[in-house]
Design a protein around this ligand. Structure first.
Ligand code: ADP
Ligand code: MG
Length: 340
């Protein structure tokens, strides 16, 4: 073969190799799930083919569903035990649970300590009263009523980590108080989004009910763009964020709401007043780890700016606070992520 022919063949091979690796990765796919964690989950990603994306999506869904069953406090697990089983067994014998439950509850214990008990998964007896009031109000808005203050105070006596026994080596959990209940709503979605995203390749974006995790960049190296909603008009965006290997979570007073006499009651409960916290309209947290971002967004929603920003700093996180009236506060590092 003469040199020109060899060169031509080499160039053709290189061209094919380039097209082979670049073109198919440019395809974006998407799947939406409505049946996990009582919310909407969206997986987007770039893959070589629909079937390659489908394979990832099936894996993600299987993991999400398994966590959903495990961390459910409203329905029995078809086989084995879950958080509902722990709640049902309160005051009884320790029950053996999946190691993932122990892992989540150990994280929850750290969260309770780090947030000075602001975010406390043992508040279940209290949050259940708000949950039931919301469900009743949504079903029959004309007869909506607030949870009774006396019942809330009574429920608060059955909260606290001193009522939760975690035996790591035996793999068992026990609520010692028959009226104590677990509610992991403030941390579970972020925790699960973190675990599931760890298995995802770069070029994927997972949003588990607004707990967003961006894996790597889009093909070509550009960052993902994530919107931060306006609390007064959640379909409109206040800011857009450049996200690359980043978790973004918002806690807001416009989520899971019911209304009585024109006043809205949301779902993030101040453990001191036992009523929905009024300090902020919304808090968005940006950090590497989605479990941390979720717990911080709830925690910062329940704290003043100074306490919240030093907690965020301890975890290497950035945040945006939106106060009633629309005034914004942010950590020093937040601006670096902003697109607009
Ligand atoms: P979302 O569930 O919309 O992402 P959050 O992460 O802020 O919002 O969690 C709010 C949920 O956490 C509530 O629906 C309730 O189940 C639970 N919760 C409310 N207040 C507290 C609290 N102070 N500590 C722990 N959990 C809470
Ligand atoms: Mg949270």
């Amino acid at each position: 073969m003469n040199r020109n022919v060899i060169l031509f063949l080499l160039c053709t091979a290189l061209l094919f190799a380039c097209f082979g690796c670049n073109l198919p990765r440019n395809q974006r796919f998407e799947r939406i799930y409505y049946d996990v964690f009582d919310t909407v989950t969206k997986l987007s990603g770039y893959a070589e083919s629909e079937s390659a994306f489908g394979e990832q999506a099936d894996k993600v869904y299987a993991q999400l569903h398994a966590y959903h069953v495990l961390f459910d406090i409203y329905h029995d697990a078809p086989s084995g035990t879950n958080l509902k089983a722990i709640n049902d067994a309160a005051g009884g014998d320790p029950i053996a649970v999946d190691p993932q439950i122990i892992d989540l509850l150990l994280f929850a214990k750290e969260v309770d300590e780090q947030t000075n008990h602001r975010v406390n998964v043992t508040l279940g007896a209290v949050t259940k009263l708000w949950h039931d009031a919301r469900e009743a109000a949504l079903a029959d808005p004309e007869h909506a009523v607030l949870p009774d203050a006396q019942l809330l105070r009574e429920a608060a006596r059955h909260t606290g980590f001193d009522k939760l026994e975690l035996d790591e080596s035996a793999g068992t959990v026990r609520l010692t108080d028959p009226l104590a209940r677990l509610d992991v709503g403030a941390i579970a979605k972020g925790y699960v989004a973190q675990k599931v995203s760890e298995q995802l390749p770069d070029g994927y974006l997972l949003s588990l009910g607004g707990n967003v995790v961006a894996k790597g960049t889009k093909p070509g190296g550009s960052a993902w763009t994530i919107g931060i909603q306006n609390p007064d008009e959640p379909s409109a965006l206040l800011h857009t964020i450049r996200a690359e290997n980043l978790a973004i979570v918002t806690s807001g007073d416009y989520q899971r709401v019911f209304t009585i006499n024109g006043i809205s009651y949301h779902h993030i409960i101040d453990p001191d007043t036992l009523t929905p916290a009024m300090r902020w309209r919304a808090v968005t947290v940006l950090c590497e780890d989605s479990a941390v971002a979720d717990m911080l967004s709830t925690a910062l929603f329940l704290m003043d700016y100074e306490t919240g920003s030093s907690l965020a700093k301890r975890y290497g996180a950035d945040a945006l606070w939106i106060a009633p009236g629309g005034t914004e506060y942010r950590t020093d590092g937040f601006g670096a992520y902003q697109k607009n």
